[in-house]
Design a protein around this ligand. Structure first.
Ligand SMILES: [Zn+2]
Length: 191
């Protein structure tokens, strides 16, 4: 993926705040308005070369005391994801701001369908996800939506794989993160 690729335009004009969590995968940086998450990302410096996961590192919100409801939900969701995965379906997914729009664009629909229908321990190919969107010709557009997913892990683009194997994660620079997440969910075969 080219680093010059266009970022989607922001679709929310509410004030945005930034939060930082510790996690087994390093810092998770969350940007959100009071309506929901805008983006959820791992430390920008993270690559396959410096990835050193540590399951004993707990999920903690760093530095903020008064936080909106969506960030409290986010904290519980990530704690459950990393430390008690079998119960993830019993905790509420933190709201994602863009999902509240009444007219989702194709890319947003891909993210929502993925988050709603592909749970931990499952993988889906780009093609099967396009089929699920009743748009079997849209395999490339699904790939593009995955590359531009602003809410990694919560919108589980790591569960989208190629028919022939793992597929890229973060433009191919975080393959070990994708493998770690899938292994954490009990998946060791990708196709
Ligand atoms: Zn928003």
């Amino acid at each position: 993926m080219s680093p010059k690729m266009k970022k989607p335009k922001p679709t929310c004009e509410r004030p945005e705040s930034e939060y930082r969590f510790s996690s087994p995968l390093g810092y998770i940086i969350v940007k959100a308005c009071d309506s929901g998450l805008h983006s959820t990302s791992l430390d920008g410096e993270l690559t396959d070369e410096n990835f050193t996961p540590n399951l004993r590192e707990g999920v903690k919100l760093l530095g903020s005391s008064k936080v909106p409801e969506v960030i409290k939900k986010c904290s519980i969701w990530f704690q459950t994801y990393f430390n008690d995965l079998k119960n993830i379906n019993s905790v509420e997914r933190p709201d994602i701001c863009v999902f509240k729009k009444s007219d989702l664009a194709f890319r947003e629909l891909v993210w929502k369908t993925l988050a709603d229908t592909v749970g931990p321990g499952e993988v889906i190919t780009y093609g099967a996800l396009a089929d699920r969107l009743k748009n079997p010709g849209a395999v490339r557009a699904v790939g593009s939506a995955m590359r531009n997913n602003p809410n990694g892990i919560i919108v589980p683009c790591h569960r989208v794989v190629r028919a022939s194997g793992l597929g890229l994660y973060h433009g191919g620079t975080r393959q070990s993160v994708k493998v770690w997440l899938l292994n954490h969910e009990g998946i060791t075969k990708y196709s």
